[in-house]
Design a protein around this ligand. Structure first.
Ligand code: ADP
Length: 253
């Protein structure tokens, strides 16, 4: 025995329903627009370093350059290639993080070789821009984290510190233990971030004043990846900043 009775749909419910459908359609449109903006931005980020790579490769091939000049151009080529590599790595991670297929493997390791390696990796870019880089940590310090992921977090934060700093300033990294927590603090004396923007910078694609950030070579995905990697560790990230004076990013894992 079936009792087939349709629910009574009144005028209010119909209105509500068509309202919800309209909202869904609007959401879809917004998502499409966001996806397009994202793709356009990624294409732009990849094409800028490619333009440099082609240009500097041609220059490096010129006859009559001395050893020092050629090395200089090759350094720029390596620097730009590394930038692209980081960007592509961030993109792949962002896709994985969105699918929730992300796992972190925590292990205990000593901070010294880990941080020394990072220092050597980034030092040339700081030298090129005449920015001093200081690392301070106890040589006995032990870190409990996924080392590859934490390296990516630190590289992203140092890359930003470099990008948003002026020549002849200093960027510092401090690492220490507070009870069971590892704390990593990265401080710059750069352009700083306003209170309103601090709330938003960890969102995908958010750049403070898009045109300005683009001039600094930003894509707006670095911090979104940083945040998700730290969340995956069950850690936290905090920002203190003064516009015009600089910023400090504090990672706790
Ligand atoms: P981007 O590739 O644009 O740097 P991020 O996601 O890494 O993207 O950062 C988002 C925005 O946060 C940046 O565009 C920039 O406006 C701001 N920002 C990040 N780090 C700093 C910093 N150290 N100093 C000043 N502004 C920063």
């Amino acid at each position: 025995d079936f009792d087939v009775s349709l629910p009574f749909i009144g005028k209010d419910e119909l209105g509500e329903l068509s309202g919800s459908i309209q909202k869904l359609a609007d959401d879809l449109e917004r998502l499409k627009a966001e996806r397009n903006e994202f793709l356009a931005s990624i294409a732009h980020e990849l094409s800028t370093p490619l333009t440099y790579l082609i240009g500097y490769s041609k220059v490096a091939m010129r006859q009559g350059l001395n050893e020092q000049e050629r090395t200089h151009y090759l350094e720029i080529i390596i620097e730009e290639s590394n930038r692209m590599k980081e960007l592509v790595k961030n993109l792949l991670d962002l896709a994985k993080l969105d699918e929730n297929t992300y796992t972190v493997t925590k292990e205990n390791y000593s901070a010294r070789p880990f941080l020394e390696n990072i220092f050597q990796l980034v030092k040339p870019s700081f030298n090129l821009k005449n920015i001093r880089l200081d690392f301070t940590y106890d040589s006995e310090l032990q870190i409990y984290a996924d080392s590859l992921r934490l390296e990516q977090v630190i590289l992203n934060l140092l890359d930003n510190a470099l990008k948003y700093s002026n020549e002849h300033s200093t960027v510092t990294l401090e690492a220490f233990k507070k009870e069971e927590t590892t704390v990593i603090k990265i401080t710059d004396e750069g352009i700083g971030i306003s209170k309103e923007d601090i709330e938003l910078i960890f969102e995908k694609l958010y750049r403070v004043e898009k045109s300005r950030s683009r001039a600094y070579g930003g894509s707006g995905i670095g911090l979104a990846v940083v945040k998700e990697l730290i969340d995956a560790h069950g850690g936290s990230i905090e920002v203190l900043s003064d516009v015009g004076k600089g910023s400090t990013f504090i990672v706790k894992i």
